[in-house]
Each structure stands twice: as C-alpha cells, then as structure tokens.
Design a protein around this ligand. Structure first.
Ligand code: ADP
Ligand code: MG
Length: 709
C-alpha cells in the first residue's frame, strides 16, 4: 500500500479548520506489524480511517495493489472495506441491538457466508471469550467489548487488519495477549496498529511510524516494497434479507412506547381515511339498484313530481324549515304519456299506468246493517285468519290487459274487463265480501267464492285528484285477481305498503281495482315491473336520476322511498364532511409516519455508519431501514384494512341514524384498501429512503460521528 502526499483538513462550521494530516507519504508492506505512534490529536485515527476507506481525504492519493483510491467508485470502496479490511475501532463500534455472536457473524454474512457458527466460535476462542456468543453487547465490560471488536475484525481473515488503540481499554496482561495474537496474525497479513504506547510498539512492532501534528516525524523502515498490482476481489457485500429485517425490527423495537403511539395514531388516521374513502365511493344510482335487489322488489312505481314555492307560514313549518327538517317542497303530479313510453323503452317490459284514489264508494255495496257491525265483522275475521289479507277500500285503478296480467304473474278467476262498464277486483276485496256479504240493488247475496261475485254489479265513483266529486257508475265484476300480495310484504306490490291508516296495526297495502285499456283519463303514477338484469335496472334508476329538469322530475317509489332520499342526503353530507376531514387526517398520518420513520433512521446513524464501515453498501442499509419501515407500513395496512367493513358499517350507521329504515347505502369497494395501502407504504418508504439518501455520499467515519452527536 502506497501513500503519497496525503492531506486532510476538517472543516466544521463556526470553527477554524483543523489540518489533521499534512502531506503524509509512506509505503506499507504486504505483511508484518506496523505501529503508528503519536500523541493524542496528532492525526493517527484520521490516517487509519483514510487508509481503511472510512474517511475522505483532500489531497494526495493511496494505491492498494495497483488500485488507486482516487479512482474508486462507491461500490469499489464498499468492496475494498468488505473484502480487504478488518477494522478495530477505538470506541469498539459494536451494534448494541445484536448479541456478541450476531455482531461477529454480521461481518461474515456481509461476505455472503451463510454458515457462520464455527468461525464465530473460533474467533471468540482466539480473543478469550469462548461461550459468550449469546451475551448482549451492552452487558460487557470495556475490555470485553474491545475483544469482541477484535474478533469481528479478524473473523473474516482480512488482508489488512487496522486496529485503533486496541489495548487502550485492556489491562496489561490482556493487552499483551491481544498484541501477541495480532503479531501471530501479522505473519500472513499487514497489521496496522495505532497506539500511543511506545513500549508495546518497540516490543511487537516490525516497524514504527511516528506522527506529530499530522506529519511523519520518524519511520524505522521507510524502504518498504510496494506490492504487486492485483484487482480488488469481487466480493459484493450482500446482507441476507432475513438478517437485515431482523436488525431493522430490533431497531424499531428499541423505542416500544414511541412505536406503539405512532402506530396507534397512524392506525386511527388510516382508519378514518378508510371511512372517508368508503363514504366518498357512495353512488346514489348503485345504492338504489342495490336497494331494489335487497328488497327483492318485482314492481316499483314511478311518480312525476314538481317543485313548488312553499307558501306556508304556519309556525310549525317555519320552525321545521329553520331546523332544516322540512326541505321537501315537491308534490306528485300526473305522469305523462311520454314518461310511460320512455319507461317502456328503458325497462322493455310492460308499464302499467295507475290512477290512485281511495274508492270508498264500495262500502255501500257491503251488506251490513251498521258501520259498527261492518267494522266488528272485519276485525273478527282478521283475528280469526291472521294470514289473510282484507281490503275494503282499494287505492286506485290499474289498466290491465292479457299481456300485463301474464307478465305480472297474477292469477285470474273469471275474465278481464273489456268495456268501461266492467271491472275486476283484487282478491283482498273478495275476502272482505266473503266476510260481510254483497248488497246489490237492496238485495243481500252471500259470497263464498270468486264465482259467487262474478256477474254482480257494484257502484264505483272515479275520483280525480282535483275533483273531489265524481259520478257514481255501476260496474259489472268480470273476474277476481290474486296479486300474490301477502301480509308479510315480501312479494309484488306489497312494496306499496304505505304505513298510513291501517286496520292491522301498521300495515296497509295499495290494492288496486282493474279496469280495461283506455278507461283512465289520467294517471298518477306508472307501475313498472322490474327486469331481472342488473344493467336494465341501473338504466331505469339512471333514467329517473337524470330526469330532473328544473321544476319537474321523476321519482321511483317503494317502501324505503322517503327514507332512501333522506339516506342519500346524509350519505352526501357524510361524503362532503369526510372529504375535508380526510385531507387533514391524510396529512396527519403521512407526516406522523414520515417523521417517526426518519427519526428512527437518524436515531440509528451510528449503526448505519458501522455497517458501512464493515462494507455494507447503501442498498444493504436500505434493506435494513427501508425494509423494516415497509414492514411497519404493511402491518398498518393489514390492520387498518381489516377493519374496512367496520368503517363501512360505521358510515352506514351514521346514515341510518338519520334515515332509520334506509337500506345499506355504502358498500365495501376496492378504493379504501388502495388508499390505505398507498399512504402506509408511501409514507414509510419515503420517510426511511429520503432520510438515508442524505447520507449516501457521506464517509462512514463521518456518519458514525454524526450518530454519536
Ligand atoms: P488522534 O487519533 O491521533 O488522537 P485524530 O486523528 O483523532 O487524532 O485527530 C486529529 C486532529 O483532527 C485533532 O486535532 C482532532 O481534533 C481533529 N479532528 C478529528 N476528527 C475531527 C472531526 N470530525 N472534525 C473536526 N476535527 C477533527
Ligand atoms: Mg485516535
């Protein structure tokens, strides 16, 4: 090794520059024990660090077997340290997170060795620490640490062994033993020992170089031969991933409270982001279609609404408006022929226009002596047959033909009405007639089955929205239609359960009378059969959603109708609320994680420096610090995303608080998972990688020094 005119000046901000080495030149042999003597501060450690590739220099050059330091790439320098040098630091520089055995094994692992046990044991035997491999470094005395440091340096049988004051912390006898060991090792390699002990140097040294004030003042054998040129051994420093992650995780666990606290806060923030993203992925059309499926609905009604100026000045309304409860200022109006055509084109199934009105006039055709008798008989029948459905006031007229009947799957007894004077009745009305009997032209007829009522005539009044009176007209019953509507509300137009007035403690159905085509002068709503295919249902819901044009719009109606709209309102409210809050939480989680991770990297600067000194390159350190940071990120992702269904139900709970019977509006999507994963990994990766990048070009000795401060 040839050193030519080497100079080094330390420049620290706010302090005068220190010239540690001034034009040092010498040549070192291949083997033998060379002592570097000098008083404290004379530049010995600086020279040793430069020779072992731990420190940069300002001027001059070093040539090792024909390889010039000035030409070294980052990788060459790592290779030189890893495969040529064994370094014994003045302050030991052991990795406190690892045991004695692991510290020594690390040097071997960096050289790609897998099976390290025998050589580690042998190295410990050599320094008189047999059986100590499992002890913690922190439990050792100064002398013991010194010997572990020596064992770590010699375990890989380096070409050159650098030792900075190796006997400084040892008693005289142990010091002698160590120097004898180094002396024996110097038969096959160069051993370069920094010392201030002249007696030892004179006893053991083959050559003594003396430094004072950064300059060589004496050299006992200046005429050493330069070694023959030889390329650097191609030994890439590769730390096995398992070892790297183990070390990284132990580092993070060094501050368990800080780790737990950061983890908890990040988890909560990510959880909130999960809620927000779930809420943000709410889509009214999807929600509605889902709701239709949830309800197993076969039919639904389409209404046309118009907005109106609320002219009401009642005190209750004013208060409600102030509280924002009463913001519904729309009312149903007649649906148009164009609407029905459009709906028919969309659902591609028959659309039935309906005129909704309560047909009270039928009550005159029941054969009861008094109103009380009428009510008593019906109530008794309901109690006796709780599963039967009775209706005495149908809620409107439905235009029906053979095709629609088939399509709806209704069961017809008798025939469909063919003229405006004919009518078919629903089975629930027949049930009522069977209990009370039919009165026609002052004559009472008992009714026991559908056939009994067919052919009889009842008086009906067609009542329109805006005309409270209408002409009562006789209608001949041609048939009875079983709509399949049962009181458990599970089928067909049980979805029109309106929950208004009722005879059965809360349940009331829209039951319809059936009239012939063209009979109705106008319609209130259209009854449509829901197609089975999801795309068609979506097309229908979208048609309705897009129908809003200024003053008028279409609206789908079923049991959850008003709740559904309230639910959608709160889902949108939640969406907006979360949008702002999640931005804050996103920043919080991101900064918290970046800060924690980069702080833990900075915390471990000394370790990073030691690893570099042992020959681990930048990317090996990335494995340790970024690797373990990403593990934290992954753990956070797994934990936070495991709860995504919970966040979704929380969001839904928020909605159902305002709209108690609304269906599940928000569903689990892919997005919250993606958002959590991205944030957790990006923050942990950036936090560690950026922190490390700052030290990529810094010499290992300098990194260790910064880690100590
Ligand atoms: P020795 O090992 O012989 O005691 P050093 O090589 O450690 O001496 O130091 C040589 C000189 O360089 C001393 O004056 C010391 O104060 C100075 N020095 C060493 N390291 C630094 C540093 N990182 N920054 C500034 N000055 C330093
Ligand atoms: Mg020193």
């Amino acid at each position: 090794m040839k050193v030519e005119n080497l100079s080094k000046t330390y420049r620290t901000k706010g302090a005068p520059p220190v010239q540690a080495l001034r034009g040092v030149s010498f040549t070192l042999p291949d083997t033998g024990m060379v002592f570097l003597l000098g008083r404290s501060g004379s530049g010995k450690s600086t020279l040793l660090h430069i020779l072992s590739g731990l420190e940069s220099f300002d001027a001059g050059d070093i040539t090792y077997r024909g390889n010039r330091f000035a030409d070294f790439s980052e990788r060459d320098r790592d290779r030189y340290r890893n495969s040529c040098c064994g370094i014994i630091f003045q302050d030991y520089s052991l990795i406190t997170e690892l045991t004695v055995g692991e510290n020594i094994a690390l040097a071997l692992r960096l050289q790609g060795e897998r099976d390290t046990d025998t050589r580690v044991r042998h190295a410990l035997d050599q320094v008189g620490l047999s059986g100590c491999e499992h002890r913690r470094v922190t439990q050792l005395s100064g002398g013991q640490k010194q010997r572990v440091a020596i064992a770590r340096a010699l375990v890989k049988s380096p070409r050159i062994l650098f030792a900075d004051e190796p006997t400084g912390a040892l008693d005289e006898q142990t010091g002698k033993d160590i120097l004898m060991l180094l002396k024996a090792l110097s038969k096959e390699r160069l051993v370069f020992v920094v010392s201030h002990d002249r007696a030892f140097a004179e006893t053991f040294g083959d050559r003594i170089i003396e430094l004072a004030d950064g300059q060589i003042v004496s050299d006992t054998a200046p005429a050493a031969q330069e070694e023959a040129p030889e390329p650097l051994p191609d030994l890439p420093a590769r730390l096995p991933l398992g070892t790297a992650l183990k070390l990284g995780c132990r580092n993070l666990l060094r501050h368990p409270v800080r780790l737990a606290f950061t983890f908890l806060l990040s988890f909560l923030s990510l959880a909130f982001i999960g809620i927000s993203v779930s809420a943000a992925s709410f889509n009214e059309v999807d929600a509605y279609v889902n709701a239709l499926y949830d309800q197993n609905a076969e039919l639904t009604a389409v209404y046309r609404y118009e907005n109106y100026e609320s002219g009401s000045t009642g005190s209750a309304e004013i208060i409600e408006t102030m509280l924002g409860i009463n913001n519904d200022s729309s009312r149903p109006i007649a649906i148009t022929k164009a609407d029905i055509d459009l709906l028919e084109a969309t659902v591609k199934t028959p659309v039935a226009p309906v005129l909704a009105t309560n047909v009270y006039s039928i009550q005159d055709n029941f054969s009861s002596s008094s109103a009380q008798e009428f009510v008593d008989k019906i109530n008794a029948a309901i109690i006796a047959n709780p599963n039967d459905h009775f209706s005495i006031t149908p809620n409107g007229y439905l235009q029906i033909d053979e095709e629609l009947l088939q399509f709806l799957g209704y069961q017809l007894t008798g025939a469909l009405p063919q003229t405006p004077d004919e009518i078919a009745i629903p089975e629930c009305l027949l049930n009522a007639f069977m209990v009370i009997g039919l009165r026609e032209n002052e004559t009472d007829y008992p009714i026991t089955c559908a056939e009994d009522i067919i052919g009889h005539t009842i008086n009906l009044k067609l009542v329109l929205e805006n005309t409270s009176t209408g002409q009562t007209q006789p209608k001949t019953i041609t048939g009875v239609i079983d709509t399949g509507c049962d009181i458990s509300c599970k089928r067909s137009h049980a979805i029109y359960q309106s929950g208004l007035h009722n005879m059965r403690g809360g349940e009331h159905y829209h039951e319809l009378l059936f009239v012939c085509e063209g009979y109705l002068p106008e319609y209130n709503y259209a009854l449509i059969t829901l197609p089975d295919e999801r795309p068609t249902r979506t097309a229908l819901v979208r048609l309705v959603a897009d129908s809003t044009n200024g003053q008028e719009f279409l609206r789908l109606s079923n049991t959850f109708s008003s709740d559904f709209y309230h639910g959608c309102l709160s889902a949108t409210l939640l969406q907006n609320l979360c949008l702002y809050l999640s931005a804050i939480f996103f920043l919080f989680a991101f900064l918290l994680l970046i800060n924690f991770i980069s702080a833990s990297v900075r915390d471990k600067l000394q370790q990073m420096g030691i690893l570099s000194a042992l020959g681990a390159g930048f990317w090996e350190n990335v494995k340790i610090y970024t690797g373990s940071a990403l593990l934290i990120g992954a753990a956070l992702f797994l934990l936070s995303s495991a709860f995504v269904p919970l966040y979704v139900s929380l969001a839904n709970a928020f909605i159902t608080y305002y709209a108690p019977t609304s269906p599940t509006l928000i569903s689990v999507t892919f997005w919250p998972f993606a958002a959590i994963l991205l944030i957790a990994l990006a923050a942990t990766f950036l936090g560690s990688f950026l922190a490390m990048l700052r030290y990529r070009k810094v010499a290992p000795a300098e990194i260790i020094r910064r880690g100590q401060n």
